[in-house]
Design a protein around this ligand. Structure first.
Ligand SMILES: Nc1ncnc2c1ncn2[C@@H]1O[C@H](COP(=O)(O)OP(=O)(O)OP(=O)(O)O)[C@@H](O)[C@H]1O
Length: 360
């Protein structure tokens, strides 16, 4: 459904997105994650046809992303979505449906359906008087008035309370069930894990990794082993260096009765990162007449995987030329914007309608 090839977006000498390529399949929910300034919004706006790439191609359903026909078949939710405060949810959504020339009766059914599924109350209350969560839901409903095949959502659940977040995430799952293709960005990795089929991790404008969460875990995460013993391995084997014990605390007394132990005796828990370490503990404990009562594996969290991916030296983003994967100019002298990048979003070369398609 979406094919991005060699996408590069520069603002002057600064590369916001560098040589980025990925595909999103029909009916897939694809997550774009990364630290602040990584290039997520720029990528999403390019997919939505709101930013013109400096080079590279972005094709959505066979169309160039900026093709007006594609814009009609796509729904975009910006990171910030100011609404017209004096309108009600219903009048606001009807207004947008009119912009897309959706007949009123079709629009009303569609709007009712979206608002029902989003569990939106107070549809006839002035938007200026409703909660932030409701406003976000109205903005999400707005992205659906034209019944698009592709939805591009920038931080759909950011800043929402847990209940509203759950309902927004459940709604994204429903969109997938309805066959829609969704690309979303998020900072909360649990959200990403709970809704996305595949993920791209961006860092400093580049796609640093992509795949399913399980693939990213396997490739970039470290499995840890937790060994439960009847005696503390560190006390019985001086050959076990400190470094072999977990940074999360190493050997410690565990008051809980672990699986497989007999009775309520105290157990010791040691966290290590390789099977070789597990074997050394096993040996040490056996030598001391103790027992290994349980060994468990701890999957890496998506957070630790993410940190290991983005914690890598990157080339400067200044002077990067399309297609090259390295800096041609060293920006470390500090001539340009700082680490957080230029402050003036939209102040560069983007088209005037970059932020709010169809917003009058
Ligand atoms: N119109 C613009 N002019 C100049 N620089 C820009 C413009 N838009 C974005 N940038 C810069 O490009 C970089 C990527 O910005 P982008 O908004 O895509 O990042 P992001 O990953 O979405 O960040 P965040 O998580 O903070 O929303 C940032 O350094 C940003 O300051």
């Amino acid at each position: 459904m979406i094919e991005v090839s060699g996408l590069h977006k520069a603002y002057g000498d600064f590369a916001a997105v560098v040589d980025s390529s990925f595909e999103v399949g029909d009916g897939e929910v694809f997550g774009v994650v990364g630290p602040n300034g990584a290039g997520k919004t720029t990528t999403l706006k390019t997919l939505a046809g709101l930013i013109e790439p400096t080079s590279g191609t972005v094709r959505v359903a066979g169309y160039d992303a900026a093709d007006p026909e594609m814009r009609r078949r796509l729904g975009f939710l910006p990171e910030e979505s100011p609404l017209y405060e004096d309108m009600t949810a219903l009048s606001y959504l009807r207004f947008f449906a009119d912009l897309y020339d959706v007949p009123r009766s079709v629009a009303d059914d569609r709007i009712e359906d979206a608002l029902d599924r989003l569990d939106l109350e107070h549809r006839r209350r002035r938007l200026g008087d409703v909660s932030k969560g409701m406003k976000r839901k109205v903005a999400i409903a707005r992205s659906l008035v034209n019944d698009p095949e592709v939805l591009i959502y920038d931080e759909p659940a950011s800043g929402l309370d847990p209940v509203t977040t759950d309902s927004v995430l459940a709604f994204v799952r429903e969109l997938r069930e309805a066959g829609k293709t969704v690309v979303l960005s998020a900072h909360n990795l649990h959200h990403v894990e709970s809704v996305c089929d595949r993920v791209a991790v961006m860092d400093e404008g580049e796609i640093a990794a992509r795949g399913t969460v399980a693939e990213l875990r396997e490739e970039h995460g470290t499995v840890e082993y937790v060994v439960f013993t009847t005696i503390d391995p560190a006390n019985v084997d001086p050959r076990l260096p400190d470094a072999e014990r977990s940074s999360r605390g190493g050997s410690e007394v565990d008051d809980a009765t672990p699986e497989g132990s007999t009775g309520g005796a105290r157990r010791y828990r040691t966290r290590v990162s390789s099977m070789a370490d597990v074997d050394r503990i096993r040996e040490a404990i056996a030598d001391a007449g103790g027992e290994v009562v349980d060994i468990r594996t701890d999957e890496p969290t998506l957070e630790s995987v993410f940190l290991s991916i983005v914690d890598r030296p990157m080339a400067s983003r200044y002077g990067r030329t399309p297609g090259s994967n390295s800096a041609t100019v060293d920006g470390s002298g500090g001539d340009g914007p700082g680490e957080s990048g230029p402050s003036g979003h939209g102040s560069g070369e983007g088209r005037p309608d970059e932020d709010e398609p169809g917003e009058p």
